[in-house]
Design a protein around this ligand. Structure first.
Ligand code: GLU
Length: 430
């Protein structure tokens, strides 16, 4: 570890020793080295300040069994204000993954300039087969297990993979019941009726397209003349596809969990939305070629938007991507090896910690509106989001030009630099 003579060994962070944690921490190590970061702060940033692991009983609707389910809430940096980050329900979630995501939240908030440190939560459960009642029970029990570490001025949750506005409403209700009064600020991404913000649902996808447009301007391409592929048809991917299409770009490929569809003449997201609402998935969508998720990533396009899950672009497919630009809607979709390959191939990568920061930005707006009893219109939210994302993109772009580094390294330098300065300003207690 560079100038740090108290070298951290693998044994020291063994609890977090998973591929995603390694990705996040290697990004930190490489950037810290490049920045000649104070080794004391560097070491502090490698592991989260707080990591909570809980296990709790979960009863399925049929009453025949009680399962033990694991839940996590990791708070990476508590220096700049409350911690902030989503909650995911996924069968593969583990402490390392949640920690990596919390670390990325810290950089994301710092890049935009939000007064939060990074956090993330997870429950290791497959959300797909859960009934509404089962999901509600899991959510309420998880919330009460971690109730002492969350709060509107402590740690604020938001949706992520497998969770949504309804899950946020249950968290808010459970928390509010326990403390004896309504606390809307404990979550963001709430239903509008409970104090959710206009534009929060679309925010991440909108921010992804704002970044794609800004990157196109920098490289001298008209966004509305591009062909776009979006992998993932959840909240982020579907919104990005709709906005790309409405802005005049040609969406040539889409994918969800059932697989992908490709049509070089263009797909209309309004039609795929309709198909999904009738059939559940993209499977069988007419007038397009059926491809696998893996194959979709390699189809020709100008802008590839991975907006599904982590580790989709790796050293095996990176040499075969047929795009000019990757704009990361998902967290951690590109492996370290793939990142290097894409850089060698001259494919511009707009990194997750910048490209998908629109979600937490509007979460911040929601939190502020809640605390100050304000109601911003959709136009106000969208204008403010555009301003903050545009400024962050410009800063990252300029840093990358001045330092001669990739956009990812530039974004990491900005995010890590801000967190490190905040840590230094507060000093060490006692
Ligand atoms: N889960 C989202 C993310 O990864 C949003 C977090 C938030 O709004 O707090 O950025």
């Amino acid at each position: 570890m560079g100038t740090n003579n108290r070298k951290l060994t693998a044994e020291q962070d063994i609890e977090w020793d998973t591929p995603m944690y390694k990705l996040a921490v290697t990004q930190l190590d490489n950037t810290a080295e490049l920045m000649c970061l104070d080794p004391n702060i560097w070491e502090r940033l490698r592991t989260p300040q707080r990591a909570h692991v809980v296990s709790f009983p979960f009863r399925r609707d049929d009453y025949s069994t009680v399962e033990t389910v694991f839940g996590y809430r990791v708070q990476h940096v508590l220096t700049m204000g409350p911690t902030k980050g989503g909650l995911r329900y996924d069968i593969n979630v583990d402490l390392g993954e949640v920690t990596a995501l919390a670390i990325w939240m810290s950089w994301k908030c710092a890049i935009i300039g939000l007064p939060f440190g990074g956090a993330k939560g997870g429950v290791r459960v497959d959300p797909v087969p859960l009934s509404r009642a089962e999901k509600q029970r899991i959510t309420r029990r998880y919330t009460s297990e971690i109730i002492n570490v969350i709060g509107e001025d402590r740690d604020i949750m938001a949706p992520d993979l497998g969770t949504d506005e309804q899950v946020m409403a249950w968290i808010m209700d459970t928390y509010s019941q326990q403390v004896g009064h309504t606390v809307p600020g404990v979550v963001t991404g709430k239903p509008i009726e409970l104090g959710g913000s206009q534009g929060r649902r679309e925010a991440t996808g909108r921010g992804v397209i704002t970044c794609a447009e800004a990157a196109c301007r920098q490289v001298g391409t008209a966004f509305d003349a591009t062909r776009v592929i979006v992998q993932g048809y959840g909240n982020v991917g579907a919104t990005a596809a709709r906005i790309a299409h409405n802005t005049g770009a040609k969406v040539v490929g889409l994918a969800d969990i059932s697989g992908g569809i490709y049509n070089p003449e263009g797909l209309d997201p309004a039609k795929t939305d309709e198909w999904i609402s009738e059939n559940g998935t993209l499977d069988g969508f007419p007038d397009s070629e059926t491809v696998t998720n893996e194959e979709l990533l390699e189809q020709p396009c100008d802008i590839l938007i991975p907006a599904a899950i982590q580790n989709q672009i790796h050293e095996r497919n990176a040499p075969r991507l047929d795009c000019k630009m990757v704009v990361e809607g998902a967290n951690g979709p590109t492996s370290l090896e793939a990142d290097a390959i894409l850089q060698d191939r001259g494919i511009l990568v707009v990194p997750d910690i910048l490209a998908n920061a629109g979600g937490v930005t509007v979460s911040y707006f929601e939190w502020v509106q809640g605390l100050a009893q304000l109601l911003w219109t959709a136009d106000e939210v969208s204008k403010r989001l555009g301003e903050l994302m545009g400024r962050a993109f410009d800063e990252v772009w300029t840093t990358s030009q001045v330092q001669g580094v990739s956009l990812r390294t530039a974004a990491l330098m900005l995010g890590i630099g801000r967190v490190a300065r905040a840590k230094k300003a507060r000093g060490v207690f006692p």
